[in-house]
Write a new protein. Structure first.
Length: 321
């Protein structure tokens, strides 16, 4: 596809704005329509990029090649309608709050021969990507432990605090972490999870802890808290040949006794790289790295952690819908 790619955006909130700004930096791409239940917000974003503001998103379908769905995760009917209309779809994570709906989206993309990509931007963050690729390439040997920890205050948007809309912290926020752990370590056979609320007034978990058993051996460990007043992050891999770790942005690599510090800086914002990749896939007719199947992974694992916490028992995969 060499002609200009016309894009419609559904959801003019924070992520809709960020994607519109990224798309405006890509040659041969034009945001032509914006739809949102808040007409004022749709008009503001549309005006900024010379697009048409619509109250009914279906009106954009004849005018676009691709649709960005940037709504809260309980609103995924626009993604399904766009796929059924033969439009390529970029869906913000998570793919849904419902596993059955997520699978319907993947099947609709397959049946209609269009691209479905999901917004797992960690694939385009240099430290996350470098750790993943070194682990997957065997540089660190057989993988023993893969971990990711993220601490800090968060989750203040009203819809995020509604479990029916967001799916909870594990599904809406830690979906990034779960998907990354599976990307690095491969298929997961069992999940043990524990989720906690910081107070009974809050309706969703604010602390998520999980251990993943990989099919090929080794474990993945996730720890995340929205109750922590001190922000910290770390992630990495321990293998039979060495270790790679990132602690608050500092990258260290140790392989067979040799240690070094690495500088891994993004040449451009990761969100821009993510958008360029999606547009490249449309132009070249290839599957995206973060396709609908990655969206299933990123939903199934946090759901398993929540179910495990509720039952007090490990949960085997795959999950029943």
């Amino acid at each position: 596809m060499s002609a200009e790619i016309k894009v419609g955006i559904v959801g003019a909130g924070g992520m809709g704005v960020q994607h519109a700004e990224a798309l405006s930096q890509i040659e041969g791409v034009k945001v032509v329509a914006v739809a949102d239940v808040d007409a004022r917000r749709a008009e503001e974003l549309a005006r900024k990029f010379g697009a048409e503001a619509l109250e009914n998103f279906e009106r954009m379908l004849p005018k676009v090649d691709a649709v960005y769905v940037c709504t809260p995760p309980d609103v995924r009917s626009p993604a399904l309608e766009a796929l059924e209309a033969g439009k390529h779809v970029f869906c913000e994570k998570p793919l849904s709050v419902d596993l059955s709906e997520a699978k319907r989206l993947v099947e609709a993309a397959r049946r209609n021969g269009v691209i479905l990509a999901v917004g797992y931007v960690l694939h385009f963050h240099p430290p996350f990507r470098e750790v993943a690729l070194r682990a997957r390439n065997g540089d660190l040997g057989d993988l023993l432990v893969i971990w990711i920890n993220r601490m800090g205050m968060g989750g203040r948007k009203d819809w995020i605090l509604d479990p029916r809309r967001s799916g909870g912290m594990a599904v809406e926020f830690n979906t990034h972490d779960f998907e990354w752990l599976e990307w690095v370590g491969g298929p997961v056979r069992r999940v043990y999870g524990r989720v906690l609320r910081s107070s009974p007034e809050i309706r969703i978990e604010t602390n998520v802890w999980a251990m993943l058993d990989y099919e090929r051996g080794g474990v993945g460990v996730l720890g995340s808290s929205w109750s922590a007043p001190i922000g910290r992050s770390s992630f990495g891999v321990i293998g039979t040949k060495g270790m790679m770790a990132v602690e608050c942005g500092a990258v260290k690599l140790a392989i067979e006794g040799r240690q070094e510090a690495l500088e891994l800086k993004a040449e451009e914002p990761p969100l821009l790289s993510e958008n360029k990749h999606f547009i490249e896939c449309i132009r070249e007719g290839k599957e995206p790295e973060i396709d609908g199947e990655r969206g299933i992974v990123g939903l199934e694992l946090p759901l398993a952690a929540q179910r495990s916490s509720a039952s007090g028992l490990p949960v085997d995969l795959p999950l029943a819908d």
